[in-house]
Write a protein that binds this ligand. Sequence first.
Ligand SMILES: *Cc1c(COP(=O)(O)O)cnc(C)c1O
Length: 468
Amino acid sequence: MSAALAPRAPAATRSTRDWQAADAAHFLHPFTDFQSLARKGSRIITRADNIYLWDSEGHKILDGMSGLWCVNVGYGQQALVEAATRQMQELPFYNSFFQTTTPPAVELAELLASVTPPQFQHVFFSGSGSEGNDTVVRMVRRYWDLLGQPQRQVIISRKNAYHGSTMAGASLGGMSAMHAQGGLPIPGIVHIEQPFWWQLGRGMSRDDFGRQAAAWLEEKILELGADRVAAFIGEPIQGAGGVIIPPETYWPEVQRICDRHGILLVSDEVICGFGRTGHWFGCERFGTRPDLMTFAKGVTSGYVPLGGVMVGERVARVLIEQGGEFEHGYTYSGHPVACAVAVANIRLVQQLGLVERVKSETGPHLAKLYQGLKDHPLVGDAETCGLMGALQLVKDKERSLAFPEEQAVGMLCRAHCFANGLIMRAVGDRMIVAPPLVMTTAQIDEMGGLIRLCLDKTWAELKDKGWL
Ligand SMILES: *Cc1c(COP(=O)(O)O)cnc(C)c1O
């Protein structure tokens, strides 16, 4: 036991330059311009605790992005480490293909059924969110086949949505830069405009725009013919697209439209799930009753990879009672170590009361802080939901005028954040955070101070450049 938990040789045994050289020589990073990164050199993150990271130069960084939207319980939680260690010693792997199962997978399935909305009694496990969405495509089409409606093939999604990076995930997503590479989207997936008020709806009230954006779904359904549409998929709040919080009127209207046409509703909860919005799942925050729900990231707080799809009874009953064999699955569906960590993680979220804390304490605290940031000359709009926040940087507040794209002002701001010990992500000129859910109000204030400092530094740099 002690040997298993003994620390490895510290990263300091190799220099930053040495790590960077080896990284550039052999490691092709995701979503990265390989050549430009090799020239600049990667930042080497060597350790973490609570909400802080340290790099190989010893800099301490406040992680405003929870790793990549996932480390909800923060770093260094021993309960998760111990769950993994124990499971690795007892049974590091067995599959669930051949009419077998393992205790952690069963326990997790049971626990997920208890924390998700009541229509969810079954789960299909994957290794990631992207794979979960691949499963969604297979399952939705299988469902309609079994009901004798094989022409119901089309899945409607939104522009600027993110549903992962596999062939199906990237096709469901609405990122034009991703579609431009590799011949995407795959057939049978279409996209409507997103419910992004600041970009598309500023001429009207948020509520009117929300109804308008939902109406785009119905227009598309009627254009395709409702009898050809299998499902609509959306993130409750678009994450990678820039923390785009839809108007309150949007989701209830989408639900009514799906009901009216008998179309399955899929909620991609990979980011919003497990407390991010102050509710267990984003669909509960916005009042929808999805038929399927994709999850990943926060289910294990990112300590090990795991994803899956919650399957509502409407779909599950058909698959179980009429389906025969479902010709689909992954080697790591229900991986025992990943499932053991997920069980420990969800129990920890429950013990710490994190969902309730985000709803009644830390979420409102972040909202107040963002309300204050609206005064800043660079901030054209500031919004939050639970522990997610977005700041829209603008050239001219009064006329809500955006910066020219080529100035890449968001990236300038992000560089100031890195230099001052804060990870805040830029999506165009939208600066976003999604900090660990264990964050205290004092730590939110600390993050707020860093955000304001970095906005000031960005503003000063833009003044110097004559861009304001
Ligand atoms: C991250 C993400 C995915 C993809 O998950 P991976 O684990 O990276 O495959 C899917 N949907 C949403 C909403 C995400 O944020």
